[in-house]
Every structure is written in C-alpha cells, then in structure tokens.
Ligand binder design. Structure first.
Ligand code: GLU
Length: 468
C-alpha cells in the first residue's frame, strides 16, 4: 500500500510555524515510505479565506522546500463533489434535513447549559417527515449508541462515546459544505492513508470516522501533533515574537535551520541535534513524535541557524543571502560574488539579515558620518592613508596575501602598529568600523573600488581638517 499524506491548511493567514512543523512531518513520512505528499487548500470558509493567504502559504512551502507531489487542490473547486455525496447520504437516510430555527437551537442550548449538560443537537428533525425544500441544513445521522475507537499514532488508543457526538451539520442552509464533511470526502477521494495534523482536531476525528464509515470508506490512520508553546507555556502566538514562516525568512533564518529546529521540537533521535534532510528521511518515525507540547526556544534556533550558515556550502547560503540583499535594494552584480561574502562573514553573523546589513558597503556607495571622519580620518591619519593609497596603487595582483604584505610593509616603514593602519583604512573604504579582516575586505572590494574610496575619503578628510 502506498502511503499518502496530506497537508491541509486553511488560507486564513500566513503559514504558522506550528503548521509548518505538521507539514514537515507529513512530508517526511511520505518521503520515508516513498509515498506521496499532497497539498490541499481548505478554503471553504469564504469569509476568512483569502488569495493573499494562499500565496503566503505556497511561498512558505516553497521556501522550506517541502515539495508536494500533488496539488495544491482547492476545496472551493470541489463543491459539486461535496454536494453529490451529500445527496447520496440523504437518499440513503444517512443524513437528514433539519429545519430547526435559530431560536429553537438557542433555547435548546440555554436549557442544556442550565441543566449542566453538554450543549448538543437533540435530534429533533431526525425522524420528522418534513418535505419543505428550503430553509434547512443537512445533518449527518451519527450513530446514537456505541463507541468510536482509533489508534492515534502519537497518543495511543482513543475511545469516544457516540452519545457525546451530536448530529453534525454537513451542509449549511445556503448549501455550502462544512469543514468536517469536506475533509472526510477529500481524505477519502485522495486515498489518504495517514492524517497527521494538529491536536486541535482530535475531537473532530471520531465524527469524521463515523462519516467515513457511513460512506463505506476505511478510515485512514491518524496522528495528532501537539501544539508549540511560547516560553510562558501558552500557545505560541504573535505575542511571543515571529510565528509566521516568512517572518523567519525576513529575520534571516535559513530554511534548513528552521526545519531542523522544528523537527526536533517534538521529535528526537537520541541526543542528536543536527540532521540533514536525508538523515531525517531515514530516521523519522511518526511514533517517535512526542505527546507533550514543546516550548519554542529562540536561542536554540539562532544557534542552529549559525551552524548552518557556517557549515553549508557558501553557494547555497549565498542563494538565500541574495534575497536579503535585494530587500535592502542592493545589486549583487555590483560587488564581489556573494559566496565570497558568505565565506568572509559566516563567523560574524547569526542571521542572514545581519550578514546582508553588514555587507552593504561591498555593493553600495559608502557614506561617512562626521563622527567617523573626526575619529578616524584625522590629520594624523592623512599621511598614513596617503602612503597606503600610493603603495596600493602599485599592486597589480590584487589578492589577500599581497594586500597583507603591503599593509605590514607600510606598518614597518612608518613604525606604526598594523591596527593603527587597519582601522582608519577600514573606515575609509567601508564607512564602517567593523568588517572582515582588512586584507580580506580590500581583496573583496577590488582594486578599483578600494582606490577610489580611499581617494574620496582622503579628500573628505583634507577638507574637513583644512589640510593641505
Ligand atoms: N484545515 C485545517 C486547519 O488548517 C486542517 C484540517 C486537517 O488537517 O484535517 O486547521
């Protein structure tokens, strides 16, 4: 039997990291079993769904590189199918039309609350022979006795009493199908074998199983994943910081780091912290997912991110860095290859956002603050920098080693420490007080840019200091 999993987000917002983790588990399990992973957009709630959210979800899935084998399927394109199944259930007496007014249902509810009973539909229309063809909803005729049982792959055996489940509305009065009904038909039609989803759906599962059974379908396996908590033990939400996947991209995380972080948040393999995708595919097991909810730990994610920045192929990190450079309005064609920047900056940045911000001067004009000039481009430094420029002008083979030698030679010649030369030089060519080692910085900037910036900085310094 081919394993088929699905990720079924409702497009009512961007992709939450908790949902991304569920998607990852679905994806991993399909890959592990050489099965199929389907993406299904559950957009039947027309008021809350938006095209913008659909885009955000697709963008996040792409960024995380969770490739789906089929889809995206849209539930709004399947209304005819839902309607046909509803008619079939009506015909077979497995569903019925309910004409109860809002007022009646409200009174019933209030009454039940007053009697300290669980509010639920009382089956008033179950056996009424009403033939009116308007103003009704369609309810599923849930078995009124017995139990529904399933072996949750994470939580073990779960048993529900049918008397606890009322007759669920499967179609609203305007004919539109409800969530539990569309999910059931889709899981059935798409031959889903494993439903891995958030544990907020546990109570829907027995209802869905009953509908599947009424349709003559074999229910899939279910695995309900616990939610992610914030540091305060409450469900992870905006209050705790970033919750949407693209926000993590904007904050400078590599998708590899986020995925590695998310998979470990709720699943483990010994003490191992770092997993490549290939390793995960080999080692992942649904039954190894933790029942208990886990708390999000930003420090750990940052640590993983830095690990991936430092150890991934620079070319790979550069792909993601390019996105950040573009966001800063920088043109990467106007500077050194980004993979060289990654090599130079990997140790200095925890995130790619930080790396991009710290690398601006390689791709754009430098601007000097008055303070920088006052502090670093002083009358005392002007002759040193002039001498540096003159020497550098003669360097034809512009590489880190040659540049290092030149600077050390000047330092000897002038009898000043390397650092005393490096810092004003750094400010002169980058406009900044921090950069990779000066020889590497100059090598990356290139001859032309270095000399032009140095001349420009010298001119400014002279002007500012009324020097010669
Ligand atoms: N659309 C549902 C949600 O976003 C998921 C339904 C399911 O996985 O069965 O919560």
């Amino acid at each position: 039997m081919t394993v088929i999993t699905r990720f079924a987000p409702s497009p009512t917002g961007s992709l939450h990291v908790g949902s991304a983790r569920t998607a990852l588990y679905c994806w991993l399990y399909a890959r592990k079993t050489q099965g199929k992973f389907i993406l299904r957009i559950e957009d039947t709630d027309l008021e809350r769904s938006s095209q913008e959210s659909v885009h955000a979800i697709l963008e996040a899935m792409q960024w995380l590189d969770l490739h789906y084998d089929e889809g995206p399927y849209y539930q709004t394109k399947r209304f005819d199918r839902y309607s046909a199944v509803k008619e079939q259930l009506l015909k077979e007496g497995k569903a019925y039309r309910c004409y109860c007014s809002k007022e009646r249902l409200e009174n019933l509810r209030n009454q039940q609350i007053e009697n300290k009973e669980k509010p639920r539909y009382d089956g008033y229309c179950r056996d009424r022979q009403e033939t009116k063809m308007d103003n009704y909803v369609v309810r599923f005729r849930n078995p009124s006795s017995g139990t529904v049982e399933f072996d949750d792959l994470i939580r073990g055996n779960l048993i529900f009493n049918n008397v606890e489940l009322d007759d669920l509305i499967i179609a609203r009065s305007d004919g539109t199908p409800t969530y539990n009904f569309t999910v059931v038909i889709d899981d059935w039609d798409m031959k889903i074998t494993h439903v891995i989803r958030g544990d907020d759906h546990i109570n829907n599962t027995p209802r869905q199983i009953n509908i599947l059974k009424a349709l003559g379908a074999i229910p899939p396996h279910y695995a309900h994943v616990s939610m992610i908590l914030g540091a305060d033990g409450k469900r992870l939400s905006k209050r705790h910081g970033a919750v949407n996947v693209i926000q993590y991209r904007e904050d400078g995380f590599l998708p590899e780091a986020l995925l590695n972080y998310l998979v470990r948040l709720g699943w483990s393999y010994g003490d191992q912290e770092i997993f490549s995708k290939e390793e995960l595919i080999k080692l992942f097991d649904i039954r190894g997912i933790n029942k208990a909810p886990a708390a999000f730990n930003m420090e750990k994610l940052l640590w993983l991110n830095q690990h991936y920045i430092k150890t991934s192929l620079p070319e790979r990190v550069a792909q993601e860095l390019e996105w950040h450079m573009q966001r800063l309005g920088l043109h990467v064609s106007q500077g050194p290859p980004l993979s060289d920047i990654v090599k130079a900056q990997a140790e200095r940045a925890k995130t790619l956002k930080e790396m991009a911000e710290k690398s601006r001067y390689f791709y754009s004009e430098v601007h000097f603050s008055e303070e920088a000039i006052k502090k670093y481009l002083t009358t005392e430094e002007i002759p040193v920098l002039t001498s540096v420029r003159d020497e550098l002008m003669n360097v034809l083979d512009w590489n880190k080693e040659a540049l290092h030698q030149i600077i050390s030679h000047i330092s000897e010649k002038l009898g000043v420490k390397m650092g005393k030369i490096a810092q004003p030089l750094r400010v002169a060519v980058t406009g900044d007080t921090v950069s990779p080692p000066i020889d590497l910085t100059l090598a990356l900037l290139g001859r032309e840019k270095t000399l032009a910036r140095l001349s420009h900085a010298l001119a400014l310094a002279r002007q500012f200091n009324h020097f010669g």
